[in-house]
Write a protein that binds this ligand. Structure first.
Ligand SMILES: Nc1ncnc2c1ncn2[C@@H]1O[C@H](COP(=O)(O)OP(=O)(O)OP(=O)(O)O)[C@@H](O)[C@H]1O
Length: 301
């Protein structure tokens, strides 16, 4: 087991940031922690990287206990925190050299591991980190987290605030690192990125809602789900919410995702109701549940 988290809890005063969390991540796995702001993701990363002590429970990373073996863990892991991981006043190259030095290595020694990523920012190696774009900062932070060749990589919301093209490239880089045998635990609030992980844990308010492969998670969605559209989305949401048989209503892209309480739901009935309520250009079509739908459903319970 590369990461073993056993009944970890952590509170800050009255706030239960983590409540009895257990997760096991296999060696070489790309595992996602999916949850909104405040779910407890950063707290869990800080515990696993030995920066914070849990109140209860135990955990190990790469076979080392987070408390007894904290020094060994620090050598084995790479951590890219959500914010403030770079020295804004140092240049790209100085940042990388700094991280290499504190781990007792050099850029040259492990250049192979970061080559793919670093070549994209090397043309700007004399630019201060504070003057880089979001996507470039992210590549530099990842290079810094990798420069000591860690066995396990912790990435806390690495794509937040990064443009869609850079996000896609970033996930391709993660797949390549995974192919090199690095275990990766990555958090994201973006549900579309969850589908790119081998397995995911959906978390909210410090609790795990579900752990499984992204495919299995959407297959567990309990109800038929429908895309509903009409000429006036605002009115449509209002009327769907007022419909006595509705189970859930939530905006999803250009449509509203609708589920009904009844087993024998007939979309024609809903169409008639909406028409009667003054909606035009009504579109109702069966669709597939996404991870976001599953998250919303589990979060309601
Ligand atoms: N040092 C602290 N003191 C008090 N409360 C805290 C502290 N750090 C985190 N919290 C609270 O603990 C809960 C979990 O926070 P955490 O940062 O772990 O979540 P997160 O999922 O990483 O969200 P975010 O993306 O917003 O950081 C939140 O309610 C947060 O307000």
């Amino acid at each position: 087991m590369s990461i073993r988290i056993d009944h970890i809890s952590k509170s800050y005063g009255k706030v239960n940031a983590l409540d009895d969390i257990s997760i096991q991540v296999d060696p070489g796995e790309l595992f996602g922690l999916i949850g909104p702001d405040g779910a407890g993701k950063t707290t869990l990363f800080r515990i696993l990287t030995t920066l914070l002590l849990p109140d209860h429970g135990s955990a190990s990373v790469a076979g080392y206990d987070i408390i007894a073996d904290f020094k060994a863990i620090r050598k084995q892991v790479g951590y890219m925190p959500g914010r403030f991981s770079l020295y804004q006043d140092l240049t790209v190259e100085e940042n990388l050299r700094f991280f290499a030095t504190i781990f007792g290595t050099t850029i040259a020694e492990n250049y192979d591991l970061i080559r793919d990523i670093y070549v994209q920012i090397e043309p700007f190696k004399n630019r201060r980190a504070g003057k880089l774009s979001g996507g470039m900062k992210q590549k530099l932070a990842l290079s810094c987290a990798l420069i000591h060749k860690p066995k396990v990589l912790f990435l806390d919301e690495p794509t937040t605030g990064v443009d869609p093209v850079s996000r896609k490239e970033f996930w391709e880089m993660l797949k390549r690192l995974q192919a090199k045998g690095i275990t990766i635990l990555v958090s994201t609030p973006y549900m579309d990125e969850a589908a790119l992980c081998d397995r995911i844990a959906l978390i909210q308010d410090g609790r795990i809602l579900e752990i499984d492969t992204p495919k299995a998670i959407v297959e567990h969605y309990p109800k038929p789900i429908f895309d509903v559209g009409a000429h006036n989305t605002y009115l449509l949401i209002e009327k769907l919410n007022a419909y006595v048989h509705k189970h859930s209503v939530f905006p999803f892209g250009e449509y509203i995702h609708y589920t009904d309480q009844r087993d024998g739901f007939d979309p024609l009935e809903l169409r008639a109701y909406l028409k009667n309520e003054g909606l035009q250009n009504i579109h109702i079509e069966r669709t597939k549940a996404t991870i976001e739908d599953t998250f919303m459903e589990l979060a309601k319970q």
